[in-house]
Ligand binder design. Structure first.
Ligand code: EPZ
Length: 422
């Protein structure tokens, strides 16, 4: 197994190019099931989760020609409607094939994703919404078995809770349903906006894009013909590099980024004392040598993203004073706390709130990555820790950060990937 060896204390400088967004690419790859023609996707991030979902398409019978950042996908030849446990257990986002498979073929079986490191993450809202659209659903042998032999019907869906994946699944299902679907309390993330735009560009009428109420007029089962889609920049990768600038007191420039998507992270870093030069597609962070503490609450977009909580905790752990960080979306997204404390942080947890008392320095230690964003928080801390830190279980990082060590090395970090000796 690979691990990262990071020797802290190096200043970073230069420019980093932000990759395409994993969380935009995943639903867009799933949406290609709505078509029986070839679709080209560009600016894909070169990460494991993308390869996993593309593999699922080939297991269903689709053809995929993928070369790191571009994929030509043709789902005209899909012959199986079953997303097997072997793949879904590797990546929860595989549940995103449920809506499109059911909408296009009138039946499918998708393995239940189960819980994961950051929380239970049920899919009850996805299932309830598909049932309102006329699907018959049963859970058997660990699989969701869904049927809609006469096709899905448009419905009014009110989500009890804002759900990104749930909104994506229903937007995709609604695109081929009979009649109009209205989604109330829809998620508004930029990734959902891009999914809606892709479907709208294929001729489906969608109103309310980017708002919490979406109206979709389905094609009554007619498959879509998509134009080429260029995946939007990854706002979480971008935010992570801004945190790298802040924590190492370095001025770095992010290119191919959409500053409008990371306003919440920029605002919080400004309140901590950092300043920024921003253009349409680049951001330069000017750090502060005297980081102020920060209070933040994770909430749905455009609020502060849960996917940036761990990285901000690493930065706040070196601020002068006490920060309060509240996690409202996932019940177990604090696993980085004990690892950051191993590096010398002073963080105290009570329920969903972390009290972070700023310390002078981190000290290198052996730590373990526990989930994707928790892992990036450990990398950030290691960049400034005194000595050499080893981070194990970095397969979590490989799922979602495109060439993290290559990009950080190019900025001047001392970071090397090594193989565990057996
Ligand atoms: C997406 O997950 C992202 N994943 C996550 O990013 C992100 O943390 C999350 O949205 C929140 O922003 C992808 O886009 C692939 P949700 P998703 O449904 O869709 C509860 C990363 O690090 N809920 O919006 O699974 C759920 O348990 C990942 O890149 C139900 O109760 O998130 C959670 O508490 C991790 N029932 C809340 O809603 C349901 O049926 C929000 O989850 C669905 C969700």
């Amino acid at each position: 197994m690979d691990y990262l060896e990071i020797t802290g204390g190096k200043k970073l400088s230069g420019t980093v190019t932000i990759s395409g967004a994993k969380n935009a690419a995943l639903p867009i790859i799933a949406a290609t099931i709505l078509s029986d023609k070839e679709v080209t996707l560009t600016n894909l991030p070169n990460v494991v989760d993308i390869r996993t979902l593309l593999k699922l398409l080939t297991m269903l019978g689709g053809t995929v020609d993928h070369d790191n950042t571009t994929a030509h996908i043709n789902n005209g030849s899909i012959s199986s409607h079953k997303a097997v446990y072997e793949i879904v257990s590797q990546m929860r986002a595989s549940i995103l094939v449920l809506g499109p498979l059911l909408a296009r073929f009138g039946e499918c079986e998708v393995s239940l994703p189960g819980g994961c490191a950051i929380g239970q993450r049920p899919i009850d809202l996805h299932l309830k919404a598909l049932e309102s659209m006329g699907a018959h659903i049963e859970i058997k042998g660990g699989y969701v078995r869904a049927e809609a032999p006469d096709g899905l019907k448009g419905a009014k869906i009110i989500f009890d809770k804002i759900t990104v994946g749930g909104t994506e699944n229903i937007v995709m299902a609604a695109a081929l349903a009979k009649g109009t679907t209205t989604i109330i309390n829809a998620a508004k993330e930029p990734e959902i906006v891009q999914l809606c735009e892709m479907i709208m560009d294929a001729g489906v009428k969608i109103e309310g894009i980017g708002s919490s109420e979406l109206t979709i007029e389905g094609t009554s089962g007619k498959p879509l013909k998509f134009k080429t889609v260029e995946i939007i920049p990854d706002r979480i990768e971008a935010g992570t590099y801004l945190c790298a600038g802040a924590i190492t007191s370095s001025s770095i420039t992010l290119e191919k980024v959409d500053p409008g998507h990371i306003r919440a992270s920029i605002d919080k870093l400004e309140s901590m004392g950092c300043s920024f030069d921003i253009t349409d597609d680049s951001i330069t962070i000017h750090p502060s040598d005297d980081l102020k503490p920060v209070n933040l609450i994770t909430i749905e977009y455009p609020g502060f993203p849960t996917d940036m909580q761990a990285q901000f905790m690493a930065v706040a752990a070196l601020a002068k004073g006490e920060s309060l960080i509240e996690e409202r979306l996932f019940e177990n997204r604090f696993m980085h706390v004990s690892e950051l404390n191993r590096l010398g942080a002073d963080i105290w947890l009570k329920g969903s709130i972390a009290a972070v008392k700023g310390v002078e320095t981190f000290n290198a230690a052996d730590v373990m990555a526990t989930d994707l964003r928790a892992s990036s928080a450990l990398v950030l801390a290691a960049l400034v820790a005194d000595g050499t830190t080893h981070i194990r279980r970095i397969y979590h990082l490989d799922r979602g950060y495109d060439d993290l060590e290559g990009k950080l090395s190019a900025l001047g970090a001392d970071i090397v990937r090594k193989k565990e000796e057996r």
